[in-house]
Structures are given as structure tokens and as C-alpha cells.
Design a protein around this ligand. Structure first.
Ligand code: ZN
Ligand code: ZN
Length: 356
């Protein structure tokens, strides 16, 4: 396979959907930043419930190798929304559609958080699922939320203790219904001026204390959460450690779907690329491309993987190795998954390309 036209993206690893003491997390932002640096987090995107206090103290910017950006999680009783790159936060009591519109009116990005959260009666967690399913206008969807998914594994006393002892449990694949929802919403955007539905993955880290009186303990500290789910962003140029410049690059990648959800636990290698190509022309992941003859979906992985290619949510073809090259014969949403390991864990979920 010809690799000379593989686009040269600059890949950074984002830990997003993280709660500090400014809401119901148990760590100070400076302590979380120390953990983030130790965990090779390039960008920490803090999302406390309904507050951007972290932007005041300690403030966005570089802390060692880690860039701190401060968003928020707008938190009504249900329909949680991650809001990024916005100064003023909508009031959580307003209608969900108004909340979404207020973020986009400020040129911010918004992502429906843990859309199929089912709650957990044993952990006394109510369901925080997305119920306002007719609303549109958000940037995308959190297709893999570690905390929400982890709590699915707690079904009784025994599995509860197992899950507490192993916070990385439940990281095999994203929820099937989250991927299905993503595929369905993505197909709605198969129009000439459609905007893709961007998939991201979050930790929902709280380092929460559980237990009873003095027997309480931290379920999992931030460093453990940072090993769960990341969002890799593919930038047009490298960071230059200027806050405004670098923040804009991250925003551009998230807005345009040049990002992939990574199960960091199953491998942290950088260097993934995915693009559509015909002749001399190419388009990156997240793009809308007009149907034409000889359209190839190409990708390369830094490690050998099992590849699954879906068209409109249906499995189209599979492959093995470091490369993928598939002819695209029909319009549709083309989404790729990379699985790896002897158990075939889901590892990387790049954003799709939209062939119209
Ligand atoms: Zn939430
Ligand atoms: Zn959260």
C-alpha cells in the first residue's frame, strides 16, 4: 500500500470529562494536574458540574507537559451535556434545547454525556441517561464513558467487590447501544451541508470515596482513571505552548471529528491515521466526501490490529495488520474499529467519514 499520502497529523492525548473538588470530585485541580502529568496526559479537559472555577484557579495553561483546558458538565437531573470552549455556562434548569443552543451561540462545542447511562441500584446511582432524543445541534456524543460503563458491571455483592477491586473492569468494548446511537445520528448528517456527529470518550473521573464512615476509601484515584478512556486528537500543526493557539487546535480537531476514542489501557501508541483518497486528493477522518469512482478508505495503525469496517452501522469488511485499504462503492457513514490483544479488546474508535 502506498503510504506517501498518509496525512501528517500531530496526535495528542486528551483526558476529558474529569471532576475536581470544584464539584463532586475529591482531588484539587493542582493534584489532578500532577497525576495527569505523571500519566502522560497531553491535554486535561476539566468538566466540573456547572462551574468553570478551574479557569480562575489555577487557570488554563501549561502545567509541565500538560495543557489544562476548562469546560464544564451542564448537569440537569438527566441529559448531562459536556460544554467546551465557552465562557458563560447555560443554566442547568433551562430546557435542554436551550442549553445546547447557548453553547453553540458562543461558538462552544457540546457533547451529550453518557447517553445510555442506566444508573445502578446497588451503588444507589440514578440513571443519568439522555432522554431528550429529538434535540439536535450538539457537536457530538460521549460514546464511551468509563464510570458509567464500569457501574454496569456492578450487579450484586460479588461482582461489586470484583469491580471495586478492578476499576479497569468493563473496558472490553464501548456499550453496543452507544455505538448504535452514534451510527444512527451520524446517518442523519448524510446531506451536502450535514455536520458529522463527533464521538469522544471520557473518564468521568471523580476519585470518589465510597464505604461507610472510617471504612471509606477511594474507588479509583485519578491516575487509574487516566488509564481508562482517552480521546486522541489529530492536529494540523504541533502545539507551540501558546495557550490560545493550542486551545484553538484542539477545538478544531474536536469540532471536525479529527479524533478517536482510545481504550488507553489496551495500548497508548500514537501514530494512527485514517483518510479517504481518490487520485491525488485526500480527506481526513470526520470529513464529508462526495461519492465518486475509486474512492479508497485508507488507514494505518502503529500496531497490528484487527480492523472492522462498518457502513451505516453494519459490518462491511474486516482486515488484520497495520494497514487498511477498502474501496468505498456506496454512499454511507464509514466507521472503523481497531481491536487488539488475544482477547480482541476494543482499542481505537476513530470518527467516521461521510460519503454522500
Ligand atoms: Zn454526568
Ligand atoms: Zn461527569
Amino acid at each position: 500500500m502506498e503510504l506517501n499520502r498518509a496525512p501528517l497529523w500531530h496526535e495528542y492525548s486528551v483526558a476529558l470529562h474529569v471532576h475536581s473538588r470544584y464539584s463532586d470530585g475529591t482531588g484539587s485541580v493542582s493534584a489532578i494536574l500532577r497525576d495527569a502529568q505523571a500519566s502522560h496526559v497531553d491535554v486535561l479537559l476539566l468538566t466540573d458540574h456547572d462551574t468553570r472555577m478551574g479557569a480562575k484557579d489555577p487557570g488554563e495553561g501549561y502545567y509541565g507537559r500538560t495543557l489544562l483546558l476548562v469546560g464544564a458538565e451542564i448537569t440537569p437531573a438527566q441529559n448531562h451535556l459536556l460544554a467546551f470552549f465557552t465562557e458563560r455556562l447555560p443554566n442547568a434548569q433551562e430546557a435542554f434545547s436551550d442549553i445546547v443552543n447557548q453553547v453553540s451561540d458562543q461558538s462552544g462545542l457540546s457533547f451529550v454525556a453518557h447517553p445510555n447511562d442506566s444508573g445502578n441500584s446497588i451503588l444507589r446511582l440514578p440513571s443519568y441517561r439522555w432522554t431528550e432524543r429529538e434535540v439536535r445541534g450538539f457537536t457530538g456524543l460521549e460514546i464511551w464513558n468509563h464510570l458509567s460503563h464500569w457501574s454496569d458491571g456492578v450487579k450484586g455483592i460479588i461482582s461489586g467487590f470484583r469491580s471495586l477491586g478492578n476499576p479497569l473492569r468493563g473496558l472490553k468494548y464501548p456499550r453496543a447501544q452507544d455505538l448504535r446511537l452514534w451510527d444512527q445520528l451520524a446517518q442523519e448528517s448524510l446531506t451536502p451541508h450535514g455536520k458529522g456527529v463527533v464521538g469522544i470518550g471520557g473518564t468521568d473521573a471523580h476519585a470518589v470515596r465510597v464505604g461507610w464512615r472510617r471504612l471509606s476509601f477511594r474507588v479509583f484515584p485519578y491516575q487509574v482513571s487516566f488509564r481508562t478512556i482517552r480521546t486522541q486528537v489529530y492536529l494540523t500543526e504541533p502545539f507551540n505552548r501558546d495557550l490560545d493557539h493550542d486551545r484553538e487546535l484542539v477545538k478544531d480537531a474536536l469540532y471536525n471529528g479529527r479524533c478517536a476514542v482510545m481504550a488507553y489501557r489496551h495500548g497508548s501508541e500514537k501514530g494512527f491515521r485514517l483518510w479517504v483518497e481518490v487520485g491525488e486528493q485526500s480527506w481526513p477522518m470526520g470529513s464529508h466526501v462526495t461519492m465518486q469512482p475509486n474512492l479508497h478508505l485508507k488507514a494505518l495503525s502503529p500496531v497490528p490490529a484487527a480492523w472492522l469496517v462498518f457502513r451505516n452501522g453494519n459490518l462491511l469488511t474486516t482486515a488484520n495488520g497495520n494497514f487498511l485499504d477498502t474501496i468505498l462503492d456506496n454512499p454511507g457513514v464509514y466507521r472503523v474499529e481497531l481491536h487488539r490483544g488475544s482477547q480482541k479488546w476494543g482499542w481505537l474508535y476513530p470518527n467516521p467519514v461521510y460519503v454522500i
